[in-house]
Write a protein that binds this ligand. Structure first.
Ligand SMILES: Cc1cc2nc3c(=O)[nH]c(=O)nc-3n(C[C@H](O)[C@H](O)[C@H](O)COP(=O)(O)O)c2cc1C
Length: 328
């Protein structure tokens, strides 16, 4: 699962739902991860949480990410997710958001390696559960302990570790420290997959060349750009697909809408799609005004018309688009 430097869609709450995961796979992601799912919510049979365990065949092999603190609840939820079709379970040990940290879950676990050990022991118990952990570099700069967490994970049979080399207190400020990540990855006995600040094929191919980096996980770079996986593979010579044309982009954007409608129903699908549409328009001339219009649009036809007017001129120019250098 983690051989050959896989490119992986990172877990993103509110974003990496089934439609987004399907698009990522379509464009060459080797693996995809669900949004974080509450282990406790699953065990309490919460309806909304349970609905997050709904997968489509093209997403496989799929990693389900759980968050929680109680080892037995995490183990029981992991078995439930495997039953629902997950190929592997990832445990969130990196989320810095207050709501999660105050329950002792997410990155709070990095302050308590004893609790990490208890969770890993529960997952490793017979029958063993295929699992990974996702961590940050530590709680803060005085407590960088990704190496200790990786060591524990390896000792308990984890398949890999996903590491985002910012500390928890940094949230998303500053830059991901890839030098630190390389240092800990080189010493690791299991694959360490890097995550952080990968927006272009060139950045990704440089990261893949770092010794010890066993693969990449992409998050914000693929918002409004699920085709980035294919562009990276073209850049590193693993795929010969041409760079994406505007007509393919537009077809993808409409496919995203259709999948959201199928998965979430027309009304919720519409609301969620507008958020993605804002990302799809990012960086294009007139995007700010377009975003204002889409968020005040109220119906499918109005939104479709807005999209045709906004994206139409780009598709007309798609011949030029094909010559674009994907490494820029
Ligand atoms: C909107 C958003 C939601 C996220 N949700 C999760 C999550 O549910 N679980 C998790 O482990 N990380 C989550 N992350 C962190 C990402 O998986 C990733 O590690 C981080 O964004 C760094 O990668 P990037 O620089 O490529 O964005 C989230 C990030 C963003 C931006």
């Amino acid at each position: 699962m983690f051989s050959h430097q896989p490119l992986i869609l990172a877990p993103m709450a509110g974003i990496t739902d089934s439609p987004f995961r399907q698009l990522a796979k379509k464009f060459g992601a080797d693996l995809v991860v669900t949004e974080m799912i509450s282990a406790r919510g699953l065990m309490q049979n919460d309806r909304k949480t349970r609905s997050m365990l709904s997968f489509e065949l093209p997403e496989q092999p799929l990693i389900v990410q759980l968050f929680g603190r109680d080892p037995e609840i995490i183990r029981a939820a992991a078995l439930k997710a495997l039953d629902a079709g997950a190929a592997c379970i990832d445990i969130n040990m990196g989320c810095p958001v207050k709501k999660v940290v105050k329950t002792g879950a997410g990155s709070a676990l990095l302050k308590d390696t004893g609790q990490i050990k208890k969770i890993l022991q529960a997952l490793a118990r017979h029958p063993a559960i295929p699992f990974t952990i996702k961590i940050r570099s530590g709680w803060d700069h005085h407590h960088l302990n990704a190496d200790a967490a990786i060591h524990l994970a390896a000792d308990h049979g984890a398949k890999a570790v996903f590491c985002h080399p910012r500390t928890a207190v940094m949230m998303f400020s500053g830059a991901a420290d890839w030098d630190y990540l390389e240092k800990v990855a080189r010493q690791a006995a299991i694959p360490v997959i890097g995550s952080g600040d990968l927006y272009t094929p060139l950045e990704a191919s440089r990261a893949l060349k770092r010794p010890g980096i066993a693969g990449l996980m992409l998050a914000r770079g693929v918002l409004g750009r699920p085709w980035l996986f294919r562009e990276i593979k073209a850049c590193i010579g693993r795929e010969t697909a041409p760079s994406i044309t505007w007509s393919e982009k537009l077809a993808t954007i409409f496919l995203h809408w259709k999948l959201l409608e199928e998965h979430k129903g027309e009304k919720t699908g519409f609301l969620l799609f507008r958020k993605h549409l804002a990302w799809y328009s990012r960086g294009l001339p007139g995007a700010a005004a377009f975003r204002q219009r889409i968020f005040s649009s109220s119906g499918k036809q109005e939104l479709t018309d807005l999209m045709q007017t906004f994206f139409g001129p780009f598709t007309a120019d798609s011949g030029k688009d094909q010559l674009q250098d994907v490494r820029s």
